[in-house]
Design a protein around this ligand. Sequence first.
Ligand code: SF4
Length: 251
Amino acid sequence: MSDERRHLAAELNIGFAALTPLERLRSLVERAGGPVVFTTSLGIEDQMITHLIFANDLPIQVKTLDTGRLFPETYTLWRETEEKYGRRIKALYPQADALEALVNDQGIDGFYYAPEFRRNCCGVRKVEPLARAIAGAGGWVTGLRRDQSANRSDMDFVSFDGARGLIKANPIFDWSRDAIVAFTAEHGVPVNALHAKNFLSIGCAPCTRATRPGEPERAGRWWWEEETKRECGLHVDGADRPARDVTNRPA
Ligand code: SF4
């Protein structure tokens, strides 16, 4: 079965190159072999995809991971988006017990103190809820773009996520940021007010800063960490659940 899915992902990956993002989404829905889920972080790329799904009434579930640490502007955009399209973006939250244990172990902002604390926090607030968001899905849509970072340059349009057992599709993988900005402006798609303040990539508030002129798009994410390790684990095939056993925690 997984060989079949892998083969299908490879086929879709080749086919996607000649399609528009909307055609790619339709193709995925037709061939995914199960429900298709889009997880949005409400960044500008994801807003473009949300627009394509809602404006064209595609049978794709739109979900977001509310870590509890998002910017107020992100919550405002979430509400505005639901109001504009008349559709609900389904929220997933961290497990209460795990979150309590995390904060009690390593502190409310423990992620600043050690890379493993940061991975623990992303694990509880993002990676575990993501697993529930896409459980049982045949296809998972993301807003990843090839030129967002060096880590993403060798990804594909479509791949088989073996650990999660589904087809992962990136329908705007080949779009530039400028093209997405133009698309959202042309179609009146609501975007996060922070983008106009040089927040090019927006995640949790304590882990995101504005980028400076000339910096890569994701330079403002976990800026205190080594560049090659600045991913939260959502886009790692077979992402490990970070260990919950925390040592050397700050007092
Ligand atoms: Fe925690 Fe920061 Fe990861 Fe958000 S981005 S889940 S606050 S470590």
